[in-house]
Design a protein around this ligand. Sequence first.
Ligand SMILES: [Zn+2]
Length: 212
Amino acid sequence: MCDQELAGRNKLRLARATFADTTGTIAIDLWEENIAVIKIGTVYRIAPIQVRVWNEAKKLSTMRSSVVTPVTDTTISQLQIPEEQLKSGNETVTATVANIHTIEKVERFIACFNCAKRILQGTSSNVVHCDWCGHTMRISNCSQYVCAKLVLYVNDRQIHLTAFQDVLSNVIKGDFTKFSEAEIAEMLLLFNNITVVYNANSRVVKELKAVC
Ligand SMILES: [Zn+2]
């Protein structure tokens, strides 16, 4: 398990860890009160739990309703996990490229008025429900954000990164609510000498610099 950090607008405590069983290992995001309950080397059952996909890799995330129960399972507790699989993967990587290879997509999403996390369900009415904190709210109270999925070629390897609006606004000046998805993609593609700093595990861009 790595050090805790504060994430999101509400500064919720987040710790990243790796869970293992006889079939393999998976990264897990532990939130808030779930962090203190979990000790390294102990076997747990956690339910309910959310499966999220980050850059083609699945990871788990606890929710407010998650219940952590220690269980006795000597098959799992005696597992020897290779050191490299236990890395939190939280290190940052810096890459510099001439330009962005392609834009997978630019999308808009709305953030929970209470916890600022992304609203996961469809927005068919004027009211939405947040699966993270359980609150229900008017859509008109939620902030809208843009996020771009970028594909870069670094040392002949394709890397897929996600850049959120806070990072995109470092290179794209103006009102994001007025830009279309196509316009944002075009602006990004025309940048040269791009430097990205990203999280090696989540593939989320922390810093984006470019020359027009
Ligand atoms: Zn929420």
